[in-house]
Ligand binder design. Structure first.
Ligand code: ZN
Length: 283
């Protein structure tokens, strides 16, 4: 059985403290929460940074540097996946979205198409995706292909056919976003059937979809993403205390089903990543 890669999505760009008192905001809080999630079993940490004053997402390179340095000091060496969405729906400039690639992360998010997202429009037009794919190639960063709806898989395959995305592709299915594919096991199964053989995939169930998608993913032998970016409730009516709390539940479920949980080194092997020092390397 392929070891289970658990990604912890630490903070995202929007959830305010009054909705979730434990959401990490300061760079030190983000790094410490990521380290705690890795100690609990996560092998990938998905990182956004927040403006310390407004608490909203920002693409400030200095804040990313502080997170990466502090995480580097722990000696844990998780795979770091930095965001290139910035703030979904706010439509930052392309250049702002590319900023995290300066750190040459092993993975970065690649939002594979435009969509209505809640009250806004999340713009990822073809020219942006082509430029993002080129920049990731230059940085040596593997794209984590965020799939919010079926058509986005086709967008990725067209970029692959143009030579801009290199197989094996790694998909992250995001189910249950307002405007995206619904968070049902049936939809997840159909998504998995559409990706090329040899691809790897992981999933996220947003909000109420969290547990159904998590359990379906374990049954289908995919990988999983959990964390406060995607869910602030641990269960109905109970706010989550930490990112690690979500990771601990996945680890328990994996143990019950006999699935080993991947170490960062094993996750690198599964995803074909070869640069263990990338996230902490000076550029
Ligand atoms: Zn994100």
């Amino acid at each position: 059985m392929t070891p289970l890669i658990v990604t912890a999505a630490i903070t995202g760009s929007r959830t305010p403290r009054d909705k979730c008192p434990h959401i990490p905001i300061l760079p030190e809080e983000i790094a410490d929460s990521a380290a705690e999630a890795v100690r609990a079993g996560a092998s990938i940490v998905h990182i956004h940074v927040r403006d310390p004053i407004t608490a909203l997402g920002t693409q400030d390179a200095g804040l990313y540097r502080r997170v990466l340095d502090r995480l580097g000091e722990t000696g844990l060496e998780p795979i770091v996946c930095l965001t290139t969405s910035g703030i979904p729906g706010r439509n930052l400039s392309y250049e702002a979205r590319f900023i995290p690639l300066e750190f040459r992360p092993e993975l970065a998010s690649f939002d594979a198409g435009s969509m209505n997202l809640g009250d806004g429009v999340f713009l990822n037009p073809p020219d942006f995706l082509e430029e993002l794919a080129r920049r990731m190639k230059v940085a040596g960063t593997k794209p984590e292909l965020e799939i919010f709806d079926f058509g986005m898989i086709g967008n990725c395959l067209r970029l692959r056919d143009k030579g801009l995305l290199d197989p094996p592709l790694h998909f992250q299915f995001v189910l249950g976003a307002a405007g995206g594919v619904p968070a049902t096991p049936k939809a997840l199964t159909q998504l998995v059937e559409l990706i090329p053989e040899g691809s790897t995939w992981s999933s996220i169930g947003i909000g109420r979809g969290h547990m159904p998608i998590l359990l379906a993913t374990l049954a289908l032998e995919g990988h999983v993403r959990v964390g406060l970016e995607d869910n602030v409730y641990y269960r109905k009516g109970e706010l989550a205390r930490s990112n690690a709390q979500f990771v601990e539940r996945v680890v328990r479920l994996a143990e019950e089903t006999g699935r080993p949980v991947a170490t960062p080194a094993q996750a690198r092997e599964v995803l074909g990543l070869g640069r263990a020092d990338a996230a902490s390397r000076e550029v």
